[in-house]
Design a protein around this ligand. Structure first.
Ligand code: UD1
Ligand code: CA
Length: 506
């Protein structure tokens, strides 16, 4: 299939004419203001997962049937798969009606009736893989079926439509909805996944015969199977052993269970691709994240969105990163970050907060208890401990001392701090932006840098120090400090504080 060229591609029976994704339902059991199919697992909405699987079949048309929260859903679909065609379901309910309006819509779009294979899937079945859909289509063509339905055998089939098979030859006769089923039919454990491949002409014709005379008063798509069979078409089931792939999320309990399983699969896939994951149970990796070989992920780590980690990097423990790009061999320890780039060989953490726009150069360091935002740190530069760097640019091989702050906000506007290369700043320097320091400049301890510092200069702003002799004896008489100052070591343990010392301090 994959080595066929463009010209044979359109005629390829394994390329469906259309995939129709049903997504009109309300999803009331989620009890949410967010439409069900917009809830996310693995960093991707449920409809996003469904569209990824559907798009992988490269169908000529990909249609999504919408109704509930139509505009919000449409906007989201436009952002994840702009080529998807939106079809509005009318007030007539049921999966059969949903497919019927989709077919009508697609026919009208192309000007002639869709012919060939039509695949139907749901917007709320996020673990379904392209491979399973391809297998369904391949079997459908291989067997020359009019309808092929993906089924699963479940321990507890409650709620699902049941697959009714011929007693002797085992062929599929019909699907009976749980609410319409007799006790004997309810004992059947093979269920309808709701995912099918249809011959378009058979589907179109059969849907004209589907009515709403059932327990739910809906047009059931499932009725198409018995109608197609009665018309002489071949109806068959493709059994899916992996039940997770056909499982939908109706409430938040199921959503979480699917999320855990998806994560298990994603983590496993990365381990098989050469990533060391020390504790898969506490490691969460979005479906969109990319990891290279020999990356190590330590326990308690969550990687989200467009995060990319290059070879030999070590991430974690207890690190949460969203849209962070990490270079080869970098170490990121106990860090919370988003929208940041960390250069090869660089080191970050522990207890570091990287905010968007942080760019750390090769072999650079942003150390313990640092917050950064919108800052570029050049190669080999180090911000080792306790500070804030925001709206700043720092050159190469500069060392920022302990406790430095860029005071970027004047209460109204944000301003930039520009620091050159090979700069050495002393502890507790405050940069009152906008301000700059030239290459090779220094600051003294506690400097408050309000004026630009030329290259090679030392900036000092400290007021002269005064020592007031005997101050402790006068103002803190009787305290442990006063006793110590008098040269008579206190008999109290150093941690016990006399009450009168506390009260005089207040
Ligand atoms: C349906 C099947 C059932 C199957 C089950 C698998 C029918 C009649 N029944 O039942 O055999 O075992 O799925 O999960 O098809 N939808 C629309 N428009 C509608 C109604 C539904 O787009 O008018 C969409 C929903 O958004 C949802 C999907 O179709 O994504 C299934 O609808 P739902 O109401 O959950 O069907 P079930 O009753 O679960
Ligand atoms: Ca359902």
């Amino acid at each position: 299939m994959s080595n066929q060229d463009e010209t044979t591609h359109l005629g390829d029976p394994d390329v469906p004419a259309a995939v129709i994704v049903l997504a009109a339902g309300a999803g009331t059991r989620m009890k949410s203001r967010t439409p069900k199919i917009l809830h996310r697992i693995g960093g991707v909405s449920m409809i996003g997962h469904a569209l990824r699987a559907a798009r992988a079949l490269e169908p000529r048309e990909l249609a999504v049937v919408v109704r509930h929260e139509r505009d919000r859903v449409a906007e989201h679909i436009g952002s994840v798969d702009p080529a998807a065609v939106l079809i509005d379901q009318d007030e007539m309910p049921g999966t059969g009606r949903a497919v019927q309006v989709a077919l009508e819509g697609l026919d009208a779009r192309t000007g002639n009736p869709v012919s060939g294979t039509v695949v139907v899937t749901y917007g709320d079945v996020p673990l379904l893989t392209p491979e399973t859909l391809r297998r369904l289509v391949t079997v459908h063509h291989g067997e020359g079926n009019a309808v092929s339905v993906l089924t699963a055998v479940l321990e507890d089939p409650t709620g699902y439509g049941r697959i009714q098979r011929h007693e002797e030859d085992g062929t599929v006769l019909a699907i009976v909805e749980h609410k319409d089923a007799s006790p004997e039919q309810r004992a059947i454990r093979e269920v309808n996944s709701g995912i099918y491949a249809f011959d378009a002409a058979v589907l179109r014709r059969a849907l004209t015969q589907v009515d709403a005379s059932n327990a739910q008063g809906e047009m059931y798509l499932t009725d198409v199977l018995a109608i197609a069979r009665a018309d002489g078409g071949r109806v068959a089931a493709v059994v899916q052993a992996d039940r997770w792939q056909v499982e939908g999320a109706n409430d938040r309990v199921q959503l979480a269970a699917l999320g855990v399983e998806l994560n298990r699969r994603v983590v496993e896939q990365w381990m098989l691709a050469g990533v060391t994951v020390v504790d898969p149970a506490t490691t969460w990796i979005d479906a969109t994240v990319v990891l290279e070989e020999d990356v190590t992920i330590l326990p308690g780590t969550q990687l989200h969105g467009g995060t990319v980690v290059a070879r030999d990097a070590v991430v974690g423990p207890d690190t949460t990163l969203t849209d962070v790009v990490i270079g080869e061999g970098a170490h990121v320890v106990r860090t919370h970050g988003s929208g940041a780039r960390i250069g090869a060989g660089a080191s970050v953490g522990p207890f570091t907060y990287l905010r968007p726009g942080t760019v750390l150069g090769e072999d650079g360091k942003i150390g313990a208890f640092y917050e950064t935002k919108n800052v570029t740190v050049g190669r080999g530069s180090k911000l080792s401990h306790l500070g804030y760097a925001g709206d700043a640019e720092i050159g190469e091989y500069t060392n920022i001392g302990c406790g430095n702050i860029t005071a970027n906000y004047d209460g109204v506007d944000k301003h930039r701090t520009v620091i050159g290369s090979h700069v050495r700043t002393s502890s507790n320097t405050v940069f009152v932006a906008p301000v700059s320091m030239g290459d090779g400049a220094y600051t003294g301890a506690g400097a408050v840098v309000r004026k630009d510092v030329p290259a090679g200069a030392l900036a000092v702003t400290d007021a002269a120090q005064r020592n007031i002799d005997g101050w402790v004896a006068q103002k803190r008489s009787g305290s442990a400090s006063a006793t110590a100052a008098a040269g008579t070591p206190s008999t109290d343990s150093p941690t016990s504080t006399p009450t009168e010392e506390k009260s005089t301090q207040a």
